[in-house]
Design a protein around this ligand. Structure first.
Ligand SMILES: *Cc1c(COP(=O)(O)O)cnc(C)c1O
Length: 368
């Protein structure tokens, strides 16, 4: 049988499947335990926005209809919220899909994209699927090195991904840094600001991509409902950018790329200020607890503008992550990001954060 299959091209064969954080149910099944906690995928531990849940429940009876392929209501609300034209907005099946639109619309074999390293793993995958190459510029002091990124742009560069705040470092680009960078990007390059975590940023100096949409250098801002709105399972994200870019996305996308429930849920989440206030307060408390815990244990960590923290454990990081797993605590080990000495821990509920800190400190003091 298999000998009759067409060959998978070598550049596809070379891709490594994305390894997501282990689902809670899978760990519980494996260990035969209950009550495992997951602090590994930067999800919102409060659950989904209640307004989104109510709106989706009310929309269930309309599921026999195809979704609005143009996403009219949600995109109108986004345009209004950010003060841009409707034609400057688009929605995707998660912002992952928008990365895919960018690669499909702008990258062909022989062409390049740039991103920091380590950064979000989907950039390199989706650029490679489109036949292009992703060049990576190392972080400097855990921050995106925009000076080095300018230097790495070549005539083959089409896209530059700036993930701010960055996953997994948790640091963000400042307004001044972004302005400096955009002034130096040559023509023919599209700058993509991946702002999956921007809602969490507390430093007022952090650049907000929407303030740069009128810069002469073309900018696309990507955001998502997965993290701050607690809708990771729904799969909905959006982008704001030049009309021409959005028009190109419309050419390469599937006609019904986001479901009707996703559109309705996202619209309601946009207006759920109460849920967002609770989320913000929880993340502030959680980061404070993590920082205190790491300081107590003498561990280096990177102060974060997100809902997660990168912490340096040392050569034992992977073993520590395994021990945490056996105790029912899922965190992200960072080997696939090229940071084998680190763990990335997402803020959970107060009691989950406390449990993680207690287990970590026990393990570092010799516990199995
Ligand atoms: C989570 C995340 C996304 C996108 O998530 P979606 O669920 O696809 O919207 C994009 N970029 C980064 C850096 C992320 O961490």
């Amino acid at each position: 049988m298999s000998t009759k299959l067409p060959q998978v091209p070598p550049e596809i064969e070379a891709l490594v499947p994305y390894k997501p954080g282990k689902p809670i149910e899978e760990l519980e099944r494996e260990l035969g335990i209950k009550g495992a906690i997951k602090l590994a995928s930067n999800e919102n531990p409060l659950g989904p926005s209640p307004k989104a849940v109510a709106a989706m429940a009310a929309a269930l009876t309309n599921l026999h209809r195809y979704p609005d392929g143009a996403g009219f209501t949600l995109r109108t609300a986004l345009a209004q919220k950010f003060g841009v034209a409707f034609e400057q907005t688009c929605i995707g099946n998660g912002s992952d899909e928008i990365i895919e639109f960018l690669a499909r619309a702008y990258v062909r074999p022989g062409q390049e994209a740039l991103a920091a390293a380590p950064s979000f793993l989907m950039y390199s995958k989706l650029v490679q699927v489109a036949g292009g190459r992703l060049f990576e510029v190392p972080l400097k002091d855990y921050r995106i090195d925009l000076e080095a990124m300018v230097g790495a742009i070549t005539p083959a560069t089409r896209l530059v991904f700036i993930n701010s705040p960055d996953n997994p470092a948790g640091t963000a680009v400042s307004k001044d840094e972004l302005a400096w960078f955009l002034d130096r990007v040559p023509e023919g390059v599209l700058v993509v600001l991946d702002e999956a975590y921007i809602d969490f940023a507390t430093d007022p100096e952090v650049a907000q991509g929407v303030d740069f949409l009128d810069h002469p250098t073309p900018v696309v801002v990507m955001r998502t409902f997965s993290k701050s709105a607690g809708l990771a399972g729904l799969r909905i994200g959006y982008a704001l950018g030049p009309r021409e870019v959005i028009a190109a996305f419309d050419r390469v996308r599937q006609p019904f790329n986001t479901s009707s429930l996703a559109q309705v849920g996202a619209l309601a989440a946009l207006e759920d200020a109460e849920f967002w206030a609770r989320t913000q307060a929880l993340v502030a408390r959680g980061l404070k607890e993590f920082y205190a815990c790491f300081a107590d244990l003498g561990l280096f960590y990177v102060p974060s503008q997100t809902n997660f923290v990168l912490v340096k454990i040392g050569p034992e990081a992977r073993a520590v992550a395994d021990r945490l797993l056996r105790r029912g605590v899922i965190v992200r080990e960072m080997t696939s990001y090229g940071l084998p000495d680190f763990l990335r821990v997402s803020v959970g509920l107060d009691q989950e954060n406390a449990r993680f800190c207690a287990e970590l400190s026990d393990i570092l003091q010799g516990g199995l």
